[in-house]
Ligand binder design. Structure first.
Ligand code: PRP
Ligand code: URA
Length: 209
């Protein structure tokens, strides 16, 4: 699938291995999620639009590129996606941030929306949706659906670990988006957890159970 970009960088792979370890504590886990998001952002934002501005160096005036205004938004899926925001914000501090609140029903594994607030105008922005886990793909498909309903057009999805089933479901529903993923794991188990995965990302980021 052309629009699925799996990260091969050794720094990302190393940090994902640290995330997987059940003995990695909350503080390290949170820091790793932020660092991985930043490293993935370097790749995912490589087509961010630029505009030339005049700058005066100590030597002379020149025209030089800067990131064009009102062009980028980060949209975390609550709550685990929040853990990736600071990594991307460190790269683009002026980014606007929307939020989509979704939780997965523990029995049916289907997503339920409880919050949605997006920056406007959404139609002109490159939108990067963040969620560390792409499992069945239900939450990801619902998030892209919401953003498209609100007028979003240029959408990228960033996940740290994905199941093959989720990648297929997301790209079948939304073949026009680009998916950046740190690693595609083996499969989902009967409870729709990713194997080998890293467990429950939200609980590990926020130290809940
Ligand atoms: C997790 C994860 C994704 C979703 C992935 O969130 O962060 O949003 O599950 O599963 P799916 O691909 O099968 O939809 P969860 O519902 O556990 O909520 P949380 O972020 O509040 O922990
Ligand atoms: N959500 C998680 O946090 N982990 C999984 O493995 C699947 C969904």
């Amino acid at each position: 699938m052309n629009n699925v970009i799996e990260m091969k960088h050794p720094l990302i792979q190393h940090k994902i291995s640290r995330l997987r370890d059940k003995n990695t504590g909350t503080a390290e886990f949170r820091a790793l999620v932020e660092e991985i998001a930043m490293l993935m952002g370097y790749e995912a934002l490589k087509d961010l639009p630029l505009e030339d501005v005049e700058v005066e160096t100590p030597i002379e005036k020149c025209m030089t590129p800067q990131i064009a205004g009102k062009n980028f938004a980060i949209v975390p899926i609550l709550r685990a996606g929040l853990g990736m925001v600071s990594g991307l914000q460190a790269l683009v501090p002026t980014a606007k941030i929307g939020h989509i609140g979704l939780y997965r029903d523990e029995e049916t594994h289907e997503p339920h929306e409880y919050y949605c607030k997006l920056p406007s105008p959404i139609s002109e922005r490159l939108i990067v949706i963040t969620d560390p886990m792409l499992a069945t793909g239900g939450s990801a498909v619902a998030a892209v659906d919401f953003i498209k309903q609100h007028g979003g057009k240029k959408i990228k999805f960033m996940a740290i670990i994905a199941a093959p089933e989720g990648v297929e479901r997301l790209m079948e529903a939304h073949p026009d988006i680009q998916l950046y993923v740190g690693h595609i794991d083996r499969e989902l188990n009967k409870d729709a957890y990713i194997c080998p995965g890293l467990g429950d990302a939200g609980d590990r980021i926020f130290g809940t159970k």
